[in-house]
Write a protein that binds this ligand. Structure first.
Ligand code: GLN
Length: 199
């Protein structure tokens, strides 16, 4: 880890959990920002990383594979050691303190309660535009079978909301969105993640 003059990390080492889902879209988003990344499939892959992205996909599959590959405890340790996290959609579900509707196990690293499969199939894919705290220009948000964050703890900052629910939240070095910033050309959310890694 090298810290630049402006306290931002120079050449941050980012890993993307690559067991299933849209990890390649995150890799492309980082590529567009000129940031290198590795893929995380085994505990060893976490070595030397500053931050990890948990992509969208199917959280039940991510859970199963992470348990099979002994990644579950390794990822928890990565958090205890100060690693940064960015979870999108299924990744946000994995990070949550509590997962409901239906309930499932989670890493419990982010003080939110989240409802899975909340929007149902009829809204399987929807693009909406709304304000955020990241900048003045509204954000384009791609929702795909998005979960709903129905409560957040006092230490969680809400960076964007949609239809009365938080959709982008941050708690210290943990960032999560229920939409998919990796599926638009707008780099602002990934840039925010890089900034929080450097802090
Ligand atoms: N609802 C899905 C799940 O439980 C998440 C959907 C997504 O990541 N696009 O994993």
């Amino acid at each position: 880890m090298r810290v630049g003059r402006d306290l931002r990390l120079v050449n941050p080492q980012i890993g993307i959990l690559a067991v299933q889902g849209d990890y390649e879209a995150h890799a492309k988003a980082l590529e567009r920002l000129g940031v290198e990344r590795t893929y995380v499939r085994r505990p060893d892959d976490l070595e030397g990383l500053d931050g990890i992205i948990l992509p969208g996909g199917e959280s039940t599959t991510h859970l199963k594979v992470m348990a099979e590959e002994s990644l579950w405890n390794a990822v928890k340790k990565f958090a205890t050691d100060g690693g940064a996290f960015f979870g999108t959609c299924a990744g946000a579900i994995l990070l949550a303190r509590e997962v409901r509707a239906p309930a499932q196990d989670s890493l419990g690293l982010l003080d939110i309660s989240i409802l899975r499969n909340a929007y149902g199939r009829q809204l399987a894919s929807e693009v909406r535009t709304g304000p955020s705290k990241l900048r003045e220009k509204p954000l384009e948000m791609v929702f795909i079978r998005a979960p709903i964050i129905d409560s957040v703890g006092s230490g969680v900052e809400i960076l964007a909301e949609d239809a009365g629910h938080p959709v982008l939240v941050q708690q210290g070095r943990i960032l999560a969105s229920t939409f998919h910033p990796e599926l638009t050309d707008d780099p602002v959310v990934h840039e925010h993640f890089l900034r929080l890694i450097g802090e």
